[in-house]
Design a protein around this ligand. Structure first.
Ligand code: TYD
Length: 176
């Protein structure tokens, strides 16, 4: 399944590895990383399946929602958040998530309920279902607030530029 890439230079595109946060080609860091979630597999013949736990995440969860009913290859997202942090889990099926900065695009595949994707603010994202009837659960750090969305890609690029300037102005203490 190939999910289209509406933004970002494909030359800058790369596939995320399983280790921690990623640094952009500019050396800039941002929060987009896979997290292995603790899973308890059934040890006895009479217990079924497994239990996966999202416990003590790096932000307080104020909202949980789930995306379902999408056909394979159908996309959502196409926006960024100013402040929202999220953890995405493919509780069923599989999704490809693209996290885009102003310089590159990182592709994540979520195809197991045993793993989550932490997405910090300031990342343009697209979400593509790779299989029919996949379900993506999203734990978010705030209740729904339309004002937190950036839905226009040019406005997103301006936001990233402002962010970089602001960080430069505070003395390069935090280069993220
Ligand atoms: P949105 O987050 O824009 O999803 P996508 O970018 O994947 O299409 O949400 C779609 C609509 O649902 C939008 O009108 C806002 C509404 N919505 C809520 O009311 N509450 C929520 O918690 C979410 C996630 C969306």
């Amino acid at each position: 399944m190939i999910c289209p890439s509406p933004h970002a230079d494909p030359a800058a595109s790369r596939i995320a590895t399983d280790d921690g946060s990623v640094a952009g080609s500019s050396g800039e860091q941002y929060e987009a990383r896979l997290i292995d979630l603790p899973t308890i597999d059934s040890q006895t013949p009479d217990a079924i399946g497994a239990i996966t736990v999202l416990e003590a995440p790096p932000f307080e969860i104020k909202r949980i929602y789930w995306i379902h009913g999408a056909g394979a290859g159908e996309m959502r997202g196409h926006h960024a958040h100013r402040t929202l942090c999220q953890i995405l889990v493919a509780v069923s099926g599989a999704f490809e998530i693209k996290a885009v900065t102003d310089t590159e695009e990182i592709r994540f595949t979520l195809d197991t309920p045993r793993r989550g994707l932490l997405l910090g603010p300031g990342l343009w994202r697209t979400i593509c279902a790779l299989k029919e009837n996949s379900v993506l659960m999203v734990a978010a750090s705030a209740t729904f607030n339309e004002a937190d969305y950036i839905r226009d890609f040019d406005a997103f690029l301006d936001f990233r530029k402002d962010l970089r300037e602001m960080r430069r102005n505070i003395g390069g203490i935090d280069q993220r």
